[in-house]
Design a protein around this ligand. Structure first.
Ligand code: ADP
Length: 481
């Protein structure tokens, strides 16, 4: 209620009081006339009329004010739930100024609410943009295959991705705000993060190669540390990106080993060929028998060189994915039979019997026949090489219809492979020292077998062996339906 409205109410009150006083004033002459004995009742009537009028004006003012206030209250109450308060219609109200004042307050309130709503909308948009940006950044961090850790100025974890959680074996949900020294069980890495933060560099970057003892064994990481600024632009936390280089290092090492092994393996037969050719040129083989012996050695060594080069080429073609693969449903029994027929004469020379236990030819596997044949031949030829005279080789094909698998087993009664060598026989150039005297070889045959069975056909090549008793090679391949 502002002053104007109160003034209006007061005016009505003054009018009622004025009438009241005038009414009472009429009684004064009336009382004198009564005392003097005059029988005039005119003043009395005026007094009574004015008193009644004053009462009437008072009651009417009170009643109209009450009605107006009630109406305004009713309309305010009706509007209370709505977003906008409609201005009050002052109509013929006696509280015109009061209604005006209330309307002014309403319009000021409406303007304030409108301003606030605009501000709320702008904050909501800003919040949405900030949330989207944060989600975007989180999605990028989470999609990175390298381990990413973001720490605060207090060296607590504020963000990490699945790769980091997996590598350091922590739970992403509970790790938030955990001090890094409790999460990363590598004091050197924790120290690196701390050092980076203490350097207070905002755009600085450090790249450090670091070996770590991880839950799955030792691994080599390329750790990239970057300082990040907080919202005020002050140096805050640190972003650490850990790139696992273990495999890359292994591959680099394997390449080095491969090159040195290849050159070594090629040089051995070449040196032998060269030596015997030189002896022949120098006329050191004077009789036909010695000459024939030299020719035989040169022939054998050049064959070995040829096999070695073929194997190296085949392996590198498969490894690089350059080899053309032609897969058709093939019977393992047919392939095994063809290989047995080829190897038969060699086995016969050593009086090794070959037992065939072959399942029906309609059990087939999707295979590149030439490649699978090469793998079976390599295993069979090894079995003949490493089985002493008079031994036995069993060639078996079986089917597991429920498991949708076909199996080929080549079981020999040969010298066997010592347990320490078993995990390595499929490695390139690996030869079992204990069996070296039994046969010459390149150490590449089984590596090629593993590539053909596992890389090309998605199967599994397994070896079991017992020294002095024999060796079993098993191929597990998919059954063609
Ligand atoms: P290699 O050309 O030397 O035979 P492989 O890769 O074919 O090369 O075989 C690797 C090594 O595994 C061989 O040197 C041999 O010592 C061992 N080996 C393979 N097959 C047999 C087997 N059936 N019995 C015993 N030893 C075997």
């Amino acid at each position: 209620l502002n002053g104007a409205a109160l003034r209006q109410l007061r005016n009505l009150q003054y009018l009622a009081i004025g009438l009241l006083i005038a009414g009472l004033g009429c009684f004064v002459p009336a009382a004198g006339i009564v005392r003097t004995g005059s029988a005039s009742t005119g003043w009395l009537w005026w007094g009574a009329w004015l008193l009644a009028a004053s009462g009437g004006v008072g009651v009417a003012a009170a009643w109209s004010t009450r009605c107006d206030i009630r109406r305004m209250a009713r309309s305010l109450r009706a509007e209370a739930g709505s977003e906008w308060l409609e201005p009050i219609d002052p109509g013929s109200t006696s509280l015109f100024k009061l209604a005006e004042a209330i309307n002014e307050v309403i319009s000021i309130a409406q303007r304030t609410v409108a301003d606030a709503q605009v501000q709320v909308k702008s904050y909501a948009i800003q919040l949405k943009v900030a949330t989207a940006e944060r989600q975007h950044a989180e999605a990028i961090i989470k999609s990175i295959s390298d381990a990413v850790l973001v720490t605060s100025r207090f060296d607590e974890l504020v963000l990490a991705n699945d790769s980091a959680a997996k590598a350091f074996d922590f739970d992403l949900k509970t790790a938030h705000r955990t001090p890094v020294d409790r999460l990363l069980h590598d004091p050197r890495l924790v120290e690196m993060i701390r050092d980076m933060r203490q350097s207070r560099s905002v755009n600085g970057r450090r790249v450090i190669e670091h070996d770590m003892d991880m839950p799955g064994g030792e691994r080599t990481y390329m750790v990239t540390l970057s300082g990040v600024a907080d919202s005020a632009g002050e140096p805050g936390g640190v972003v650490a990106v850990l790139h696992d280089m273990t495999r890359e290092k292994e591959v680099a090492q394997m390449k080095n080993d491969f090159v040195s092994n290849v050159s070594h393996e090629l040089r051995t037969p070449l040196a032998s060929i060269k030596a015997y050719v030189e002896m022949l040129i120098d006329g050191e083989a004077d009789d036909e028998h010695t000459k024939a012996e030299f020719y035989e050695i040169i022939h054998g060594e050049s064959n070995r060189l040829g096999r070695l080069i073929d194997n190296i080429l085949n392996i590198s073609r498969i490894e690089s994915g350059l080899v053309k693969i032609n897969k058709q449903p093939q019977s393992l029994s047919v392939i095994a039979k063809e290989a047995v027929d080829v190897i038969g004469p060699q086995a016969k020379l050593k009086r090794i019997s070959i037992v065939e236990q072959l399942c029906p030819v309609f059990y087939q596997t999707p295979a590149d026949k030439d490649m699978l044949y090469q793998a079976v031949l390599n295993i069979l030829s090894n079995s003949v090489k490493y089985t002493p005279d008079g031994g036995q080789i069993t060639v078996q094909t079986t089917v597991d219809e429920a498991g949708k698998k076909l199996f080929l087993r080549i079981i020999d009664t040969g010298v066997g492979i010592p347990p320490k060598d078993l995990p390595h026989v499929f490695d390139k150039f690996y030869r079992v020292e204990a069996n070296n005297k039994m046969a010459k070889g390149t150490g590449l045959g089984l590596s090629l077998v593993k590539h053909i069975v596992e890389t090309v056909h998605g199967g599994e090549a397994i070896v079991t062996s017992e020294v002095g008793k024999g060796t079993t090679f098993t191929f597990e391949l998919d059954l063609h339906e």
